[in-house]
Design a protein. Structure first.
Length: 58
């Protein structure tokens, strides 16, 4: 499973907006890996930010 897929899965499962640190904690991925995956997801408009520094699936 790709990092972007794992990040999206964790966000959907959580059911609430998460920051990168929490996504890294829940997914078991390295924080840098999560940051890169979230950057890709932002550019693809697959995640949105309801409040500063927190993200949720679009």
């Amino acid at each position: 499973m790709e990092a972007t897929d794992k990040v999206l899965e964790v966000m959907r499962t959580a059911g609430e907006p998460l920051n990168a640190g929490k996504v890294a904690e829940l997914s078991g991925l390295d924080r840098k890996t999560v940051d890169k995956a979230m950057d890709q997801l932002k550019k693809a408009e697959k995640i949105v930010s309801p409040k500063r520094c927190y993200w949720t699936p679009a």
